[in-house]
Design a protein around this ligand. Sequence first.
Ligand code: PEP
Ligand code: MG
Length: 325
Amino acid sequence: RRAELAQLKDRPTVSRDGKRVELAANIGKLEDIQRALDSGAEGIGLFRTEFLYMGRGTLPSEEEQFASYKYALEKMNPKPVVIRTLDIGGDKELPYMELPKEANPFLGQRALRLCLDRPDLFRTQLRALLRASAYGNLKIMFPMIAVLEELLDAKKLLEEERAKLLAEGVRVSDKIEIGMMVEVPSAAVSADLFAPEVDFFSIGTNDLIQYTMAADRMNETVSYLYQPWHPSLLRLIRLVIQAAEKEGKWVGMCGEMAGDPNAIPLLLGLGLHEFSMSAGSILSSRELIGQLNRAEWSDHAIRALGMRGTREITQYVQSIRNGVT
Ligand code: PEP
Ligand code: MG
């Protein structure tokens, strides 16, 4: 069985009816890159940069960050690497930064909110990314965006650093795609406002579920509300994909849901273009997608959007899976 799956390693990911999608890996440290390649990843869909900042006593320098990003881009080249800018705050703390204590850290100064408040810190990361872009296929992604101004402010800082580097004679790629994560319901509901301003969206379901359900993703007592297949989630995902398609942009997903074999048929049906998951799920997901008829699952997904809840949807999906494949 493993040998059978291994044959899919260097194959493209194509549904039974010929729809091409991309399977990428989520990584949290540089050592994960080799494993992603060995597992047949067509790219890195989420490079969590927090590891560069955590478990140490000071902020990482521009040079240190540049070296890490360059390594990842060169190793994956020409495959794409989506690097997410710093997503600290919430549950992830940086003791050396002395961030103010917050009553609700997940609703507080997290990720891009912190970066926009500390442009010195953010500019350092952006410069390291821009410099590394000369060495591979870089895509930059901003986390936790709630309103358009945040995206525009982040893009402005990026363009300012790009201009400075070019003036210094530093090589910067002019093909860097700029995207944002969709993990706040406001961004999903108003995806059409963001779509003209990005090259891609990547849906972060881990947070999108917690914020949509108002249920802490770490809190066991409300874990019953953690329902990736709830119609509310599927509808948000659909809104994002529709808004992107109108503008000719692509949509990925880098939350856990993207690698869930029970969710993949519906996500394919909704029109998701890229699935980013832990490396270990890639080959089996490629095999699964090869068995699915995308056009049929598009109809099933539309039907699921109108169902009453998670149980109804899961039973429906299960019954089709059992009958058809
Ligand atoms: C997400 O929220 O789905 C996501 C991929 O980001 P993280 O899990 O790092 O918050
Ligand atoms: Mg997140």
